[in-house]
Design a binder for this molecule. Structure first.
Ligand code: ZN
Length: 503
């Protein structure tokens, strides 16, 4: 069986006074965690036990009961009446930290012994136990009740007493098919959230090789990630090569424009202030904005890729490996922008991989070599050109392709995505042909210089899909406060360009 975990994050709506209670509750929780960490340090053998046994041992050492009237290190010296489930959550948090610290320490000792055995000097400092604690309080069953989709009743330490309070919940609803873990009270900035881990168990998917070779009905979703308007182009194909669907995920120009604008501001601010203090982050606010938006877009794009794949019953996601980073030349904002766009591609892959796994899909990557230069139909080199220009040569980043060998015409990124999918299938079905074919190498002379840097510079002219138009309308104005939502319509955009071979 395979297990997938996700966390559902929900905003809490509460009276102003309750924020102070949540803070008091967390402070107490951390005191208790710190206390148990000390207890464990004083009784290190506890770490040899399983979590269950360790819990029992630690309670015996600290918890006063009729049967256990004089524990060695009573918790009551710190807190009089901590609820059992509050105490247990703290014990587990302390155990986790202690186990982690202990394994760091033992690895350090090993390295030290190894260095000394070789007669080498060892200057690495030993790990130190945490000096401050900032853990979020986990609410075990008993610390919360009456949970509905819109409210929950929580038991918290108010600073004076234990009190039940009802708070409203907004945000994603909990899916019904997953197993719910203990929620945690999380502070984000000034606001408090409820994070609930979910576990889903499912039968582990068979290996990619098995799925591709043993079942002709297997469909895969191949993804071409770009730095231009179409952040991702996905195609669904069967392992026999039939193309079933395509989607273009847009929004690239908007995010790029937004990022460039913020970077430009940072550059201007820096010019004004002159020297930047060493080791100090400047323009914190602007950087945070850029990071947030990048993160958000990576999540949106990856979610849509997986949604699209799932909607078409795909079992495998395929990407190409990221080539090495070749930042654009030019102004500070331009260089910074291309670097961040590259990082975002990496993040889209990482997020799509785990989101796909949660849906029982596996993810793979293939060689990026010439994926955008090869014809998906006959594997000869294609011409890549701008709309309205003659179909010849290779203009990197241009939206259209034409294959002189077989007459295929189509959208360049879509062609690349088909090639990516074919590479995965070829890898398993004809292992000897997994690599690009020889003609490619011979004809490489046609390459225009700077191909690899490609894609973000000349791609300003996207094809005229509805989304591209949509983005145009927003190019000007105060971009910074506009929410960067992706285009709503998902998948199944009528294929604007069809390959003759798939109709
Ligand atoms: Zn061709």
């Amino acid at each position: 069986m395979a297990k997938a975990t996700t966390t559902i994050k929900q905003v809490l709506n509460y009276q102003d006074a309750h924020a102070a209670w949540f803070a008091a509750n967390q402070a107490l929780f951390n005191q208790v965690v710190a206390f148990y960490f000390e207890v464990i340090q004083a009784h290190e053998r506890v770490l040899d036990l399983s979590d269950k046994e360790a819990l029992r041992a630690l309670e015996k050492l600290t918890h006063t009961t009729k049967k256990n009237p004089t524990p060695a290190m009573p918790l009551s010296a710190l807190v009089e009446d901590a609820p059992a489930m509050f105490r247990r959550a703290a014990i587990h948090a302390a155990l986790g930290s202690a186990r982690s610290f202990s394994s760091h320490l033992s690895r350090w000792k090993k390295r030290k012994a190894k260095a000394q055995a070789r007669g080498k000097q060892f200057t690495e400092r030993p790990p130190v136990p945490p000096r401050t604690w900032n853990k979020s309080a986990t609410l075990y069953a008993g610390q919360w009740k009456e949970r509905t989709s819109s409210s929950i009743v929580l038991k918290v330490w108010t600073g004076k007493c234990w009190s039940w309070i009802k708070v409203r919940i907004t945000g994603r609803a909990l899916p019904a098919d997953a197993e719910m873990g203990s929620p945690a009270l999380i502070r984000r900035g000034k606001h408090w959230w409820l994070h609930t881990p979910l576990e889903k168990h499912f039968r582990s998917p068979p290996t990619i090789e098995h799925q591709v070779t043993a079942n002709t009905a297997t469909t895969i979703c191949a993804v071409d990630l770009n730095l231009n308007e179409h952040l991702a182009v996905c195609t669904i194909q069967t392992v026999e090569g039939t193309v079933l669907a395509t989607t273009f995920i847009g929004g690239g120009r908007r995010i790029s424009g937004f990022r460039k604008q913020q970077l430009g501001r940072i550059a201007r601010n820096r010019r004004k202030t002159g020297i930047i203090a060493e080791g100090e982050q400047d323009n914190v606010h602007l950087w945070r904005k850029i990071t947030h938006v990048d993160e958000q877009i990576a999540h949106l794009v990856s979610a849509r890729i997986v949604q699209f794949a799932k909607a078409h019953g795909a079992k495998i996601l395929v990407f190409e490996y990221l080539g090495s980073l070749k930042p654009a030349r030019g102004t500070y904002s331009r260089r910074g922008n291309s670097k961040r766009a590259y990082w975002m591609k990496g993040r889209i892959f990482t997020y799509a991989k785990y989101k796909a796994y949660n849906e029982g899909m596996l993810t793979s990557r293939v060689s990026p070599r010439n994926t955008s230069r090869e014809c998906a139909r006959c594997h000869h080199l294609v011409a890549r050109y701008e709309a309205g220009q003659p179909a010849e040569g290779y203009t990197s980043g241009a939206p259209l392709v034409f294959c002189q060998a077989c007459g295929m015409r189509g959208h360049a990124d879509r062609n690349a995505s088909l090639v990516i999918g074919q590479r995965l299938i070829t890898r398993y079905q004809n292992p000897s042909q997994g690599k690009p074919q020889a003609p490619l190498r011979v004809e490489r002379g046609e390459q225009s210089p700077g191909v690899a840097a490609c894609q973000d510079a000349k791609s300003e002219e996207g094809p005229s899909f509805p989304q591209a138009r949509h983005a145009d309308g927003n190019e000007h104005g105060t971009a910074q406060d506009r929410s960067l939502r992706m285009d709503e319509h998902l998948s199944d955009i009528p294929h604007p360009l069809r390959f003759p071979c798939e109709s």
